[in-house]
Design a protein around this ligand. Sequence first.
Ligand SMILES: Nc1nc2c(ncn2[C@@H]2O[C@H](COP(=O)(O)OP(=O)(O)OP(=O)(O)O)[C@@H](O)[C@H]2O)c(=O)[nH]1
Ligand SMILES: [Mg+2]
Length: 208
Amino acid sequence: MTTASVAEGRRLFTGECKFVAGAATAASIPPSRLPEIAFAGRSNAGKSSLLNALTGRKALARVSQSPGRTRQINFFRLGDKLMLADLPGYGFARASRAEQARWSELITDYLMSRSNLRRVALLIDARRGLMASDHEVMKLLDDMAVSYQLVLTKCDMLGEDALNDVVARVGDEARHHKAAHPEVYATSAVSHRGIPELRASLAGLTKR
Ligand SMILES: Nc1nc2c(ncn2[C@@H]2O[C@H](COP(=O)(O)OP(=O)(O)OP(=O)(O)O)[C@@H](O)[C@H]2O)c(=O)[nH]1
Ligand SMILES: [Mg+2]
């Protein structure tokens, strides 16, 4: 990670950012030629908060009080450089079977049709680590050969030792998955820990 790449990441993420569309069905996913990064994770993992932290906005993406509120894919455009997709959360205990099926269908359609998708940032609440539903999604991404990266969230809630522990465990797991990037990012939307590094890493994906 160089000073130049951190500065470039900051420029990209804190520059112009516009909400493009919300898609609750595959048919309403907006066409796009921009490189794209999707943010996925269990409901309440901190996807919307991380998007706000990355873009330096207070309320770009809606932060929910009760889990499972973001039911559609929300698209945000960073200038003419990069599209960000905030995916609806999964693994919400009170979701009905029909809702879970709708999630799978929307996400599978999205992943299959998005040739410009460069990477999925798979967010994991650092206090919880990987749960059964995360393993299922990692398998789905492996099977679909979609490149993804594990990003720990809410790292401000853990002490250094506990955090090092979860980074090691989750990193070890990532190395056993064929589509997973081996590096794990430890972030916090509250302290902004790891935000400059994650911005720099994602900005690097716009060039390929
Ligand atoms: N301490 C702390 N709390 C966080 C952090 N990120 C998110 N939260 C809290 O976690 C809860 C869920 O955050 P959201 O950003 O709405 O999570 P989400 O993944 O978008 O949730 P859904 O869209 O409902 O699936 C909120 O109460 C946030 O304030 C963080 O870095 N640190
Ligand atoms: Mg959300």
